[in-house]
Write a protein that binds this ligand. Structure first.
Ligand code: URA
Length: 439
C-alpha cells in the first residue's frame, strides 16, 4: 500500500493528511518524515503533496523548529572552535545570508571586509538558479578560482586569511538539498516555514557563531511585500537564537537591482571597485551596514568598515582570499563577445527600474541557469547606465546587454519592455534601501 512500509514508525499518507486538515505534526512525526524522505522511503510525490499542504496551511513555530533540527541532523555539523586569535583565544565567527536578489554581489566585498577586524567569515555559498545570481558563479569568472574546498582547506584559510567563500559540502543538511530540488519543480519554494528551515538548517549546521540575514523585499525577491518578509525574518531570527546563533535580520529593498551590474564577471568587477574605495552608493551602503551588524554580533563594537574599504585593508584580504583558492585577483576578467544597448526614448527622471525584469534578462543572456547542469557564461549580463532618481535625456543609454550568443538578445529585450519607467515631471522620491531591522 502506498506510503506504508513495513517496520516504519509512521505512514506518509497519514502525515500528509495531518497537514492537509490543518493539524499539527508531533516531533516524532517530523523526525521520521525528514529521515524517511532522505532514505527514499517517502516518495517524491508524497513529499510534494506534504510541501503543498505546508505552503497552504502553514506550520507553527514548534513544528518549524523541529523540522529545522531534523534537517540539521540529516548531515554533518561543522565546528570552528579550534580557530585561534593571536592572543590564543577562540576566534569569533560570523556569516551573512541573503535570501537572493538581482545584482546582489554584497558577499564578495563583505567577507574580506569583516575579516579585516579579526573575525572569521565562513561563507558557504550557492549557485544561481532562476533569475537570482549565485555567488559561486560570480567568483568562478576569476581565472583559476576554485569553489570546492575540503573542510581542512577551509579551516586553514579561515585561520590564515580570515575569510572563505566556497561551496557547501554534500554532507551539510543533505535533506535540504533533496527537498529544495523538489520544491523548485513543484511550486512550493515560497512557503515561509520551508524557506526559513531550509536556510537556517544550513547556517546552523555550518557552525557560525553569529549570523546576519539580508531578507530581500520587492519584485526581484521571493518575498514581494514587507509583511511577508517581516514574518520570514522573525521566524529565521527565532530559529537562530534558539540554536544559540546570535542572529539579526535586515529587510532590504529589492524592487530595483543592487548597483549597476547583474551578471558574473561584471559583478566581480563592481565588487573590486567597492574594495578600491569606489563603486555604486547602494552597494557601498549595504556592504558597510551589513559589516557593522556582523561585527557587533561577533562582539566587535569599535570597527570602522567604511574606512577599511577606503584605505585598502579590505582589498588586501580580498587578494589573499582569491589567491588562497587558486584565483588570480589581478587577471583580466572575461568579456562578453557581443553587446547591445537600449536607449531612453523620453527625458525625465528614472522612477522605476524593475529588478525582476533585469534579473530575468541577465539570465536569458546566459548569466544564469535554467537547470542545475547548465553552464553559465562568465561575461553575460546587464550593465545599467541609470538608476531610479537619475535624470536622463531622450537618447541616453539606459542599459547594455552582454552575451556570447547574440541570438539571446531578442528574448532578453522582450522581458525588459516596460522595466524602466521615466517620470517626465521629474519628481521622484528616493526609496530607502534598508527597510527594517529584526533582532
Ligand atoms: N534559499 C534557500 O537556501 N532555501 C530556500 O528555501 C530559499 C532560498
Amino acid at each position: 500500500m502506498t506510503g506504508t512500509t513495513q517496520n516504519e514508525a509512521f505512514d506518509a499518507v497519514d502525515i500528509i493528511r495531518v497537514k492537509r486538515d490543518r493539524g499539527t505534526l508531533t516531533p516524532a512525526q517530523i523526525d521520521w518524515t525528514i529521515d524517511a524522505y532522505t532514505r527514499g522511503v517517502i516518495a517524491d510525490e508524497q513529499m510534494a503533496a506534504l510541501n503543498m499542504a505546508i505552503l497552504l496551511n502553514g506550520m507553527d513555530r514548534a513544528e518549524i523548529a523541529r523540522w529545522t533540527a531534523a534537517m540539521i541532523a540529516s548531515g554533518e555539523r561543522m565546528d570552528f572552535s579550534s580557530l585561534r586569535r593571536p592572543d590564543g583565544g577562540v576566534k569569533a565567527t560570523t556569516d551573512k545570508h541573503s535570501t537572493g536578489g538581482v545584482g546582489d554581489k554584497i558577499t564578495l566585498p563583505l567577507a574580506p571586509l569583516v575579516a579585516v577586524f579579526g573575525v572569521a567569515v565562513p561563507q558557504l555559498s550557492g549557485r544561481g538558479l532562476g533569475h537570482t545570481g549565485g555567488t559561486l558563479d560570480k567568483l568562478e569568472a576569476i581565472p583559476g578560482w576554485r569553489a570546492a574546498l575540503s573542510n581542512d582547506e577551509m579551516m586553514a584559510q579561515l585561520q590564515d586569511v580570515g575569510a572563505v567563500i566556497c561551496a557547501a559540502g554534500a554532507g551539510l543538511a543533505p535533506a535540504d538539498k533533496k527537498l529544495y530540488a523538489l520544491r523548485d519543480v513543484t511550486g512550493t519554494v515560497e512557503a515561509i516555514p520551508l524557506i526559513a528551515s531550509s536556510i537556517m538548517s544550513k547556517k546552523i549546521a555550518e557552525g557560525t557563531g553569529s549570523l546576519v540575514l539580508d531578507v530581500k523585499v520587492g519584485s526581484g525577491a521571493f518575498m514581494k511585500d514587507l509583511a511577508q518578509a517581516r514574518e520570514l525574518a522573525q521566524t529565521m531570527v527565532a530559529l537562530g537564537k534558539d540554536a544559540g546563533v546570535n542572529t539579526v535580520a535586515l529587510l532590504t529593498n529589492m524592487d530595483t537591482p543592487l548597483g549597476l551590474t547583474a551578471g558574473n564577471a561584471i559583478e566581480v568587477e563592481e565588487s573590486v571597485e567597492v574594495l578600491s574605495g569606489g563603486g555604486p552608493r547602494d552597494v557601498v551602503e549595504l556592504t558597510v551596514r551589513l559589516a557593522q551588524e556582523m561585527l557587533v554580533c561577533a562582539g566587535v563594537h569599535d570597527a570602522d568598515p567604511a574606512a577599511a574599504l577606503k584605505d585598502g585593508r579590505a582589498m588586501d584580504v580580498w587578494n589573499r582570499m582569491i589567491e588562497a583558492q587558486g584565483g588570480d585577483p589581478r587577471a583580466t576578467l572575461p568579456v562578453a563577445k557581443e553587446s547591445e544597448t537600449i536607449y531612453a526614448t523620453t527625458s525625465g527622471v528614472v522612477a522605476e527600474l524593475d529588478a525582476l525584469s533585469v534579473g530575468v534578462a541577465a539570465w536569458r543572456l546566459g548569466a544564469g541557469r535554467a537547470r542545475k547542469e547548465d553552464v553559465v557564461q562568465a561575461g553575460a549580463g546587464v550593465r545599467l547606465h541609470a538608476k531610479p532618481g537619475d535624470r536622463i535625456s531622450a537618447g541616453d543609454p539606459l542599459m547594455t546587454l552582454l552575451t556570447d550568443t547574440p541570438e539571446r538578445f531578442a528574448r532578453a529585450t522582450e522581458v525588459l519592455s516596460g522595466a524602466v519607467v521615466i517620470d517626465q515631471a521629474g519628481s521622484v522620491a528616493a526609496q530607502p534601501l534598508i527597510l527594517d531591522r529584526i533582532a
